[in-house]
Design a protein around this ligand. Structure first.
Ligand SMILES: [Zn+2]
Length: 325
């Protein structure tokens, strides 16, 4: 676990298509100062907004964030890529309100981010460390976090489809494991649902080039699957991207069962409402053997302006959440 913050050494640019809007989109990722966090902005505008959970306005098909007249949707894969590679500070610039879908995974983002190289910054990274189990549940969709020395993500999906059915995956997250096991897992959809979405004006940029599409006989894409369990691996990517909206890397074991963007959001609101379940810590090198010592920093004094508005505002709406287990 790295104790310092990181940004990019140089800017990178992409172009692609918005999955839902069908827009052609240009995207730049630029280095940013320490403690800046991840921010979104429109190309050519001065204003930017932080990628934080209290800016979430929609979780129905993808995660959409907004502030004033700025709206950015399908944020989860680019945020997953930055979080998975341990990049704390960057500015994401777009010329449209949706992040391009690329090939439906984070692979292209990861390749380019790796080629831009990371730069270590002076400031210490602050972690949100889970010290007590917390749970969020909606019917049979359940997501919880247990204390863990690192970030471990477990996902389970359970679709009534012969090809997918019950898949589980657990990963101990690091830039290396993320790039090898998660980054290239693509988003997926069922053919009848995709048709219905398109009839309603969604998934307009969707094609077999940017999603795995499944019908009753199996995968329609000629090239097949990248992993036998590509579906659940993609869910891990979505989970990682959404959780990065906390504004701090997590130390904990997240266990998600049949969950999606809306439950990820529910869990983060639950966290906001239960500050007794977590601490803000920084890591110090304890000795020459690479061991790490944790130091608890006051959440009010040192956690910075990124957390205060988030937890201040979200706490007031916590009454709508089921109680933590
Ligand atoms: Zn996704």
């Amino acid at each position: 676990m790295e104790s310092s913050q990181h940004t990019l050494k140089e800017s990178i640019s992409f172009s692609g298509v918005g999955l839902h809007s069908g827009y052609k989109v240009k995207l730049n990722i630029k280095p940013a100062r320490a403690n800046n966090g991840i921010r979104f902005k429109l190309i050519g505008k001065r204003q930017s907004m932080p990628a934080l959970v209290d800016r979430v306005i929609d979780t129905s098909l993808a995660t959409t964030i907004a502030e004033k007249d700025m709206v950015f949707s399908t944020t989860e894969h680019i945020l997953g890529a930055l979080s998975g590679l341990g990049i704390d500070n960057a500015t994401i610039e777009l010329d449209a309100p949706e992040v391009p879908i690329m090939d439906g995974s984070a692979e292209e983002f990861v390749k380019r981010l790796q080629s831009a190289n990371r730069k270590t910054q002076q400031s210490k990274r602050l972690f949100l460390k889970i010290i007590k189990e917390i749970t969020y549940q909606e019917d049979d969709k359940k997501i919880r976090i247990l204390p863990h020395n690192g970030l471990r993500l477990s996902c389970r999906i359970d679709f009534a489809h012969g090809l997918i059915q019950d898949q589980s995956y657990t990963i101990e997250m690091s830039p290396k494991s993320f790039s090898a096991e998660i980054a290239s897992a693509r988003t997926f959809g069922f053919l009848d649902q995709v048709k219905q979405l398109q009839a309603n004006g969604y998934a307009l940029g969707g094609s077999l080039d940017n999603a795995v599409v499944v019908d009753k006989n199996g995968v329609i894409n000629e090239e097949g699957l990248r992993f036998e369990d590509e579906f659940v691996r993609h869910k891990i990517l979505d989970l990682l991207g959404d959780l990065s909206l906390l504004g701090y890397p997590l130390l904990g074991h997240v266990i998600a069962e049949r969950s999606g963007h809306s439950q990820h959001f529910g869990l983060m609101k639950e966290l906001a409402a239960h500050p007794e379940c977590w601490q803000i810590v920084e890591l110090d090198k304890a000795n020459g053997n690479g061991g790490m010592l944790e130091r608890i920093v006051s959440s009010t004094k040192n956690a910075g302006i990124r957390l205060r508005p988030l937890f201040g505002r979200a706490t007031s709406s916590a009454a709508s959440c089921p109680a933590a287990a």
